[in-house]
Design a binder for this molecule. Structure first.
Ligand code: 0CN
Ligand code: SF4
Length: 332
């Protein structure tokens, strides 16, 4: 990315500084999921069916749709014998069984870090625990994880839910979390759970993934210095929405934008420092587009504040392996 400042004719004329949070934008699970659809298109040709949005980003979905991916809500929209890709957020065992019975060829785009939570759910349920899942009702990841052990799991998505919990054996309770939650809010939930169930079978940690955690920590580093925070991401992207909330909680006005064209000129009134980040499903090119759009309004200097460098990569599914960028799996 071009980080040098440019002097251009501005609309509002004010010189600005852009503070870029790092890490931002694509995580390893999103890169893998997108590459899975690209490779399926390359090897099998269009159409390739994808159940739900492969990741929660309108730009990514539109781009893949233009290249021949067909996004469906449920498997009954997929013709018999066709190939279907499962999204990064994962599916319940019932969806897998349905695909199997229909004779569909499945390529699984589920992020390995979501798959890990599913495995934990099965393990905890098998030992007889009631599992409290901390997550957002209606989110696809929550639906998939709950589906692993629906009889053994209860969802809490707001603090009052914990108080109301009435579980069969308070001594056999454990918890799991969605991967893309607010780190701070989740810690409060877990504290409350521990108060209500002192014998809570503690997981080693919550299940919030490295990418979610890093993007929140990186944004926290620049928020106090920023007059305005812009988060590139789509409205249904949990991890992106959490970034906007974090900045606002720290007292800085913040907006979620799908792309540069969504910036309202009045947001920039009196703003000299713009904090800029992007959710894990938002393409890096859209961040560059935002910087360029700001340059059209006045001279801009860009400073990147990188708190850590991410090196995580995930293997592609075996059917697609050996032909892509992600041929080694590093630890998360
Ligand atoms: O935006 P995403 O597609 O998903 P959520 O943040 O809504 O969970 O980002 C990728 C995350 C995963 C799984
Ligand atoms: Fe995987 Fe985390 Fe990225 Fe979701 S945000 S795809 S869990 S690495």
């Amino acid at each position: 990315m071009e980080l040098a400042s440019t002097q251009e004719q501005s609309e509002d004329g004010g010189a600005r500084r852009v503070l870029l949070a790092g890490p931002r934008s694509f995580c390893a699970g999103v890169e893998r999921a997108i590459e899975i659809v690209e490779k399926a298109l390359e090897h099998q040709g269009a159409p390739v069916y994808v159940r739900k949005q492969i990741v929660h980003n309108a730009h990514v979905v539109d781009d893949l749709a233009n290249r021949g991916a067909v996004f469906v809500e449920e498997l009954d929209e997929v013709p018999d014998g066709a190939t279907v890709v499962f999204s990064a957020h994962g599916v319940s065992p019932a969806v897998r069984e349905d695909a199997d019975q229909r004779g569909l060829e499945v390529i699984d785009g589920t992020c390995p870090l979501v798959t890990r939570v599913h495995a934990k759910a099965r393990r905890l349920a098998a030992r007889g625990d009631t599992i409290v899942l901390i997550g957002h009702a209606g989110h696809e990841e929550v639906e998939g994880t709950m589906g692993e052990a629906p009889e053994s799991m209860v969802l809490v998505d707001k603090p009052g839910d914990i108080d109301a919990l009435d579980l069969p054996d308070p001594e056999k309770v454990s918890y799991l979390t969605q991967t893309t939650l607010s780190v701070d809010e989740t810690a409060v939930f877990i504290d409350e759970l521990k108060q209500k169930f002192p014998l809570l079978q503690e997981s080693a940690a919550d299940d919030i993934c490295y990418a979610t955690t890093n993007r929140q920590n990186a944004l926290r580093e620049i928020t106090a210095e920023s007059d305005l925070v812009l988060v590139v991401g789509s409205t249904n992207s949990s991890n992106s929405v959490r970034l906007v909330e974090l900045a606002r909680k720290e007292g800085t006005p913040a907006y979620l934008i799908d792309r540069a064209a969504d910036i309202k000129p009045e947001w920039l009134d009196g703003v000299t420092t713009v904090g800029l980040t992007a959710g894990a499903s938002a393409p890096p090119a859209l961040v560059e587009e935002v910087v360029e759009a700001l340059r059209l309004r006045g001279p801009v200097t860009v400073e990147e504040r990188e708190i850590t460098r991410e090196t995580t990569q995930f293997e592609l599914p075996s059917a697609l392996r050996g032909r892509g960028r992600h041929e080694t799996e590093a630890s998360a």
